[in-house]
Design a protein around this ligand. Structure first.
Ligand SMILES: [Zn+2]
Length: 135
C-alpha cells in the first residue's frame, strides 16, 4: 500500500482481526517518511453477495442500504452517523444469513426493519412504509 503523505511503500506493523465487524484492522508505517496510518480490510460485498427475490438478482449494495436507512432517520439530529452505524449493524446481522453467496431482499428488509424498529420507532415505521412486503 502506498503512503498517503509521500507515496512511498508502507509495511504492516500491527494487525488485528475484528470478529464483530468481520474486518481486519492494520497499522501501517511508511518506509520512506515513517508516517503511520490505519487500514481496515473488509469483504467487498458487491462482488461477493447477490440479492435475490426482487426483480432480477443483483449485487448487494451497501450504499443502497445506507441511503434507505438514512431516509428513515432524517428526523434525527445526526442522521448520517446513525445511518452509517445502523448499516454496519444490519450487515453484521446479515452475515450468518447468507447462503451460497446470496441473500434475499426479504431477509434484508426484515433485518433492517427489526434493527431500525429497536433503534427508533419512527425510523422503523418509515422504513416499513417505504419497503412493503411484496406478495
Ligand atoms: Zn510516506
Amino acid at each position: 500500500m502506498v503512503c498517503i503523505y509521500c507515496g512511498g511503500s508502507t509495511r504492516v506493523t500491527n494487525s488485528r482481526s475484528q470478529k464483530r465487524s468481520n474486518a481486519t484492522w492494520r497499522r501501517r508505517s511508511c518506509e520512506k517518511c515513517s508516517a503511520v496510518c490505519t487500514t481496515i480490510e473488509v469483504i467487498d460485498l458487491s462482488t461477493a453477495i447477490i440479492v435475490t427475490g426482487s426483480k432480477r438478482p443483483s449485487p448487494f449494495s451497501r450504499d443502497k442500504l445506507l441511503v434507505s436507512i438514512y431516509d428513515s432517520c432524517k428526523h434525527q439530529k445526526d442522521a448520517q452517523t446513525s445511518a452509517t452505524l445502523l448499516t454496519d449493524t444490519i450487515i453484521k446481522h446479515l452475515y450468518p444469513l447468507i447462503e451460497d453467496a446470496s441473500v434475499s431482499s426479504r431477509t434484508i428488509r426484515d433485518i433492517t426493519l427489526k434493527t431500525l424498529g429497536r433503534f427508533d420507532t419512527v425510523a422503523g415505521v418509515h422504513y416499513g412504509a417505504y419497503h412493503p412486503v411484496k406478495a
